[in-house]
Each structure stands twice: as structure tokens, then as C-alpha cells.
Design a protein around this ligand. Structure first.
Ligand code: SF4
Length: 427
């Protein structure tokens, strides 16, 4: 570290204690240290510089020294000079943020941690509600079954990482007994999903999770059990009878996003082939386009992916297609920045979305419409929905909206049951 005025040295010392600064490249650390010799930055200015540098590093947008501009400021007093150079850097940051991320030459860092397993014996129920449900958005009131806590995949945008930390995967002890304790009203239809607290198929039938679920679903034909996954681990489904009220759904993304932001997951093509093999066996499938990400080439990659689906699957085999996009809560954005991760997922224009952060609603309306239009062959034959979105987007994208989340929920269940009961492979 270069020598600088005593006050600046103190500030620098304080800054160097921060995770943000510590995670920066030595090149950026040295550059910021050097700046304190020429500019009377406040502690807050220094933290801001470290924040901006963190994003530039995550986005592969260049080192601070290449982005820094202190030309033609000699005529300004020291306070104005300081403000001007920070303003210029923020403008560059904003320009990058609203520009479409380009993943060419992007080399994401893969987390190296070793996954460990444990069992948690407790009396907690395993039945819950969708962790990202919000009454402010049009929501399907999904109920969830958490057989496993924490995920072995590492999707940069995923909010699970703000619930669970580290690489410990926790299996529910006495899961079978807990399933039996769930009160199910035989006169009601339920839509219950696994895959919110972990991936539904990644672990196969470890700890008998899948065989316990299938046995339970068999006993409750009025429960639509949705196994949501980014995995291609379908061995158990191929080798064992799957109750017809169990549906398997894949989260799909453009190959560029799957490769660069969905680490350790099965590739997009492996997920599609897994879905195809399971559908061949007579299991109703579905696809979640969530999160749809705006990047350089999105308008080509998503249509290509969608035509693969409409070519390889018939509407009779597919219960649903959901559309959703990036929605962040502050803890996840902080964790992403704290983790020294090469990721462009935060390189996006953001505005408030029901208390979270997402693309501007006008932009969402455009790309949701574009994606939905690509599914034309399946319109009116497959159940489409927007996941966790502002109700005003529904009429803009689908031409209608539901009166309430309950009405949405009932329409979804009716549509899924119709596919299950009329499944040509299960007659
Ligand atoms: S719409 Fe999406 S966020 Fe809302 S309850 Fe359903 S799955 Fe959860």
C-alpha cells in the first residue's frame, strides 16, 4: 500500500477491513489506495468506490484504472474534483448496468466447496408455502414439501442461498412419518411442489425421499405433486412406477445463462432429454422459464429453445409453462457481491417490484410477450402463467387476468388435473 496523509491512511485501514475491499483484485486495491493520495475521499466515498469496483469485476467490465477519468478537472476545487471523478465512474457503472450483458469471453468462477450430508430429526412439519409467494403479485398459492434443505446446485440468482449457507445438505429425518402426519382433505385438490428448498431430483432416492413421496402421492390421488428440477438424474423415475398425479417439471434457461449463471446444474439439452425420457414413460411434464434473463443474444436463444420443446413434446404431455424473471431481495444481492463471483446477473436495470428488485415493468411486458408468442403452437392447449409478477402484466401478456390468486390457483389445478386424467399414456 502506498503512503498517504494520516487521515486517509486511517480510512484506508478501515476500508481494508471490509469484505468488499478485501475481495477486490490487488490491482483495484492498489489503485484505490493510490487515489487517496490525490483526493480527499470520505469513508463513504471509499466504500462506494469498492462497491463500484466489485460490480465491474463481477461483470468483467475492466479494472478501475481503465475506467477512471480525471481529465480536465484541474480548474475545480478539491471537493468538486472529488465529486466529479466519482460521478464519472458512477455514470460508467450505470451505462454498463443498463446495457445487455455480453457473455462472450466470460469465465465464471465455480465454487469449490465439498458437499456434505446430514439428517435433521425434528417435529417440524415438512409442508409449507412457496418461499417467494407475495400477496402483492399474482400468485398460485403453491404449497411446498421440503424433504431436503439446501441445494447442491449454485444458481447465482437463487434466493435459497439467503436461507441456507455453506455446502451442508440436510435431509429431513423421519420424512415418511412426517408425510403421514399431513392432513389431506380428500374432497379438495392440492397442488404441492418440491424443489423450493432444494432440487427435487438431484439426490435421486437418497434417504428414500422419492419412494416415500411416491407412496404418499399414491395414497392421495387428489394431490398434484410437482417435482421441480434442474437435474437430469431421472433414474428412480425410470426404474420405478410413478403415480399419475406426480408431474415432473424442468426449469429451463437459454444455454448461455445455464452455462454462466446456473453452476453445477444439468445443461439445457440434458434437461430436455431427461424430460423427454420421463414423458415417454407417461409422466406429465412441464417447463419453467424462470428466470428469463436479458443478455446479448437472448432474443435468439430463447426462441430456439422453445422450438425444440414444441417440436419434441405434444401439448397433451405438457401441463404447464411458467414465465418469470430475475427478482432480487437485498440479502441475495449482498451475498452475490460478497462471494467474489464472476457473474453478470446483477448487470441489469432494476426497479422496485413488490418490495423486491426486478427489471422495469415495461421491459418485462416486452420480453414476456415475445417469449409467450414463441409458444404459439401451445396457446390454449397448455397452461401458461407468470410466476410472482405484477397482476397488470397478465392482460398485457395473456390478454386476461384472474380476479384473485385463489381463482388463479383453481384454474391451474383444473388444467393440471385435466392433463393428468386425460394422459394418453395412462389410460
Ligand atoms: S406464482 Fe410463483 S411465486 Fe407465486 S406462489 Fe406460485 S410458484 Fe410461488
Amino acid at each position: 500500500m502506498s503512503c498517504c496523509p494520516p487521515r486517509s491512511a486511517e480510512k484506508l485501514e478501515q476500508l481494508s477491513q471490509s469484505k468488499r475491499f478485501a475481495n477486490l483484485s490487488s490491482c483495484n486495491q492498489d489503485f484505490i489506495a493510490g487515489l487517496t493520495e490525490r483526493f480527499a475521499f470520505s469513508q463513504q466515498d471509499l466504500f462506494q468506490l469498492a462497491e463500484l469496483a466489485t460490480d465491474f469485476e463481477m461483470w468483467d467490465s475492466g479494472d478501475l484504472q481503465d475506467l477512471w477519468d480525471e481529465s480536465d478537472i484541474e480548474h475545480l476545487n478539491s471537493k468538486l474534483r472529488k465529486q466529479e471523478v466519482i460521478r464519472r465512474l458512477k455514470t460508467k457503472w450505470e451505462d454498463f448496468r443498463v446495457s445487455l450483458p455480453n457473455y462472450q469471453n466470460h469465465h465464471p468462477l465455480q465454487k469449490k466447496g465439498k458437499i456434505t450430508f446430514s439428517r435433521k430429526d425434528s417435529d417440524d412439519t415438512v409442508l409449507g408455502v412457496c418461499p417467494v409467494y407475495s400477496p402483492k403479485t399474482r400468485c398460485c398459492n403453491l404449497q411446498t414439501l421440503d424433504a431436503v434443505m439446501n441445494c447442491g446446485f449454485e444458481c447465482t440468482y437463487c434466493s435459497i442461498q439467503s436461507f441456507y449457507h455453506g455446502e451442508e445438505i440436510v435431509f429431513q429425518g423421519n420424512f415418511k412419518e412426517k408425510l403421514q402426519k399431513i392432513e389431506i382433505d380428500p374432497n379438495r385438490t392440492y397442488h404441492i411442489g418440491t424443489g423450493q428448498a432444494s432440487d427435487s431430483l438431484l439426490w435421486g432416492n437418497k434417504e428414500n425421499v422419492l419412494s416415500d413421496l411416491f407412496e404418499w402421492a399414491e395414497r392421495h390421488p387428489n394431490v398434484i405433486l410437482e417435482l421441480k428440477t434442474k437435474s437430469a438424474n431421472i433414474r428412480h423415475l425410470l426404474d420405478h412406477p410413478v403415480p399419475k398425479n406426480v408431474i415432473a417439471t424442468w426449469s429451463l434457461n437459454a444455454p448461455t445463462i445455464a452455462k454462466n449463471e446456473e453452476h453445477r446444474t444439468a445443461s439445457t439439452s440434458a434437461r430436455i432429454s431427461a424430460a423427454r425420457r420421463v414423458a415417454d414413460k407417461g409422466v406429465i411434464v412441464g417447463f419453467h422459464f424462470h428466470p428469463i434473463v436479458q443478455f446479448n443474444g437472448w432474443d435468439k436463444e430463447y426462441p430456439e429453445l422453445i422450438s425444440q420443446l414444441t417440436e419434441q413434446f405434444t401439448p397433451e404431455e405438457v401441463a404447464l409453462v411458467s414465465l418469470g424473471t430475475l427478482t432480487f431481495i437485498k440479502p441475495v444481492m449482498k451475498q452475490l457481491r460478497d462471494r467474489k463471483q464472476k457473474s453478470k446477473i446483477l448487470q441489469m436495470p432494476m426497479e422496485d417490484a413488490a418490495g423486491k428488485f426486478s427489471y422495469p415493468i415495461e421491459q418485462k411486458e416486452k420480453f414476456f410477450k415475445y417469449i409467450y408468442d414463441c409458444f404459439k403452437p401451445w396457446h390454449d392447449k397448455v397452461f401458461f402463467y407468470l410466476c410472482m409478477e405484477d397482476p397488470s402484466l397478465w392482460p398485457a401478456v395473456f390478454g386476461f387476468d384472474y380476479e384473485s390468486n385463489d381463482e388463479f390457483e383453481n384454474a391451474m389445478k383444473t388444467a393440471y388435473l385435466d392433463k393428468i386424467q386425460n394422459n394418453p399414456k395412462c389410460q
